[in-house]
Design a protein around this ligand. Structure first.
Ligand code: NOJ
Length: 551
């Protein structure tokens, strides 16, 4: 089936932090192979692997120096092929990260390009005349500082939306595009099952004199002209029964239709809008109402027209139970219920399925992420004390998601026999896979139940989406309807008790429980919800009523 991904559950692996098989403190491919039975037991259908390609690791693999080689820390190409084979034997597909907005500055193309203006690779990147004092424009990069770096030898500056170590490729260059397409085909011919396209909405840039007004990143967010490049990529993807998911910041929910419809560029995209923050700097949380508005707007705008990629965690964000929940098992289950039953393909980030929490960083030296270091330095320059700067800079650092996966209760978390590259969260003592596998009431078992529920009920794939309780600032409620089958999902995303009134038409129906995290939850006209209560119920719509609704 070419759209197998509609009925699939994804699991994201950050290889560095998943499972170390050789004791060097860094997770690796053999470690992933070891854990395939676990993923099979959990019920996931595909793995999205963060980059495993050769890289100087300025940005942990997102700075690629050889697209066709495996990073030695992670293993060999033979290991990768074994992973692919063993995963396929278990009906688990493998999606690779595809990083084609930029390369590493250690990639042979960039090394050559930097040698002289006449290099045949010069035009693979974006160079402009500049002086040390004056860059071609004032645009700012994602990791902080100018998007330009001056290059002494050739007396020009090169462009980068992230960092100087990640120079942007010049998509206007047909030769460069041909090489990228060949590389894509090479991986697909190896038998992989698709790609997550990194930073893909940035490959086209506005003219260099584009004036910045409110959004500093507007000149490289889904800029007109990108369609031509995406169409070229689609031509290759269409030849294979694969799935494609784009990291597409700046693509609005309306524009996402062009990206994800039947003849869209990709099968689905990740929106990057829903983590709307509130609270004081240094202790910010997600605003549940704003998050609900974003998620539900994407549901409505793509209903029948496109397809959503559903997620609440990834390798770039703090742990969701720490910024939306209250770190309790109950809140982890509430969050899972809220998003996994929406319309789209759900992704689970490693450790999310056991409710892993943020780490309390006590020193900037524990931080690996370059953007966090840059932010910390900026805060010091602004006059914050080192204590304040640490608190603010580490509050939302992506390194929270990169502490090792908690498999066991011992101090190494069963992750490695060596010294782990990132600190292990001491709460692994009570919060780990081994323990949760044994307990029927655990977050892990709840995720497994939700996954089964989704996979065995077509209403979650095909069913329409309708929002309920629109005005509630903390209750996420919706209906999924397919023919005469209806599912009602309700989640109190707040730490306060709340009572909601349900529409009379719903009360007339007989509802069966599908899943809940509080045994006393039932559908009632006045539904009283305790903090982080969550449930899904189903009903058969009476034929007449169903017909009337459809008229
Ligand atoms: C987005 C990735 O998710 C992030 O981890 C990375 O730093 C940037 N793209 C640069 O590739």
């Amino acid at each position: 089936m070419s759209d197998w991904w509609k009925n699939a559950i994804g699991y994201q692996i950050y290889p560095r932090s998943f499972k170390d098989s050789n004791g060097d403190g860094i997770g690796d491919i053999k470690g992933i192979i070891e854990k395939l039975p676990y993923l099979e037991w959990l019920g996931v259908d595909f793995i999205w692997l963060n980059p495993i390609y050769a890289s100087p690791n300025f940005d942990n693999g997102y700075d690629i120096s050889d697209f066709r080689a495996v990073q030695p820390e992670f293993g060999t190409m033979a290991d990768f092929k074994e992973l692919l084979k063993k995963a396929h034997e278990k009906n688990i597909r493998i999606i690779m990260d595809l990083v084609i907005n930029h390369t590493s500055n250690q990639h042979p193309w960039f090394i050559e390009a930097a040698k002289s203006k006449e290099s045949p690779y010069r035009d693979y990147y974006l160079w402009e005349n500049a002086t040390k004092e004056k860059m071609p424009n004032e645009w700012q990069s994602f990791f902080g500082g100018s998007t330009w770096t001056y290059h002494d030898l050739t007396e020009q500056a090169y462009f980068h939306v992230f960092a100087p170590e990640l120079p942007d490729l010049n998509w206007k260059n047909p030769q460069m595009r041909a090489e990228i397409k060949e590389m894509i085909q090479w991986w697909l011919d190896l038998g992989i099952d698709g790609f997550r396209l990194d930073a893909i909405s940035h490959i086209q840039k506005a003219p260099w004199d584009f004036p910045i007004s409110t959004n500093p990143w507007a000149p490289f967010m889904n800029v007109t002209g990108i369609e031509a490049y995406m169409t070229e990529l689609k031509e290759i993807f269409d030849r294979y029964p694969i799935m494609t998911v784009g990291e597409a910041s700046g693509v609005s929910s309306r524009e996402a239709v062009d990206w994800t419809s039947e003849d869209g560029f990709l099968n689905m995209i990740f929106e990057l809008e829903h983590n709307v923050r509130k609270g004081e700097l240094g202790s910010e949380r997600i605003d549940p109402l704003e998050m609900k508005k974003v998620l539900f707007r994407w549901q409505k705008d793509l209903d029948q027209k496109g397809w959503n990629a559903l997620y609440v965690e990834n390798h770039d964000n703090p742990r969701i139970v720490s910024i939306l929940g209250d770190e309790s098992e109950k809140s982890a289950k509430a969050i899972a219920t809220m998003y996994i039953l929406l319309k789209g393909t759900p992704f689970i980030y490693q450790g999310q399925e056991i409710g892993m929490t943020n780490y309390s960083f006590t020193s900037i030296n524990q931080i690996d992420a370059k953007d966090t270091h840059h932010y910390y330095q900026t805060l010091l320059d602004q006059g914050y004390s080192s204590k304040q700067a640490l608190k603010i800079a580490t509050d939302w650092t992506r390194d929270h998601a990169r502490t090792p996966m908690q498999w066991e209760s011992d101090s190494s978390a069963g992750f490695s026999t060596g010294k782990p590259w990132m600190p292990i969260n001491p709460n692994t003592k009570g919060l780990n896979v081994a323990r949760q596998k044994e307990s029927s009431a655990s977050v892990l078992r709840y995720y497994r139940q939700l996954i089964q529920l989704r996979k065995t009920n077509s209403v979650f794939v095909e069913g329409s989406f309708d929002e309920l309780l629109v005005d509630s600032p903390q209750v996420f409620a919706y209906l999924r309807t397919e023919k005469n089958r209806q599912v009602f999902v309700i989640v109190n995303m707040g730490a306060e008790e709340v009572t909601v009134k349900l529409p009379e038409t719903m009360i007339a129906q007989v509802w069966q429980i599908l899943i809940r995290n509080n045994e006393s939850l039932m559908v009632k006209e006045q539904m009283q919800l305790e903090p982080f209560d969550a449930a899904a119920f189903e009903t058969q719509l009476i034929e007449e009523k169903y017909k009337k609704e459809k008229q």
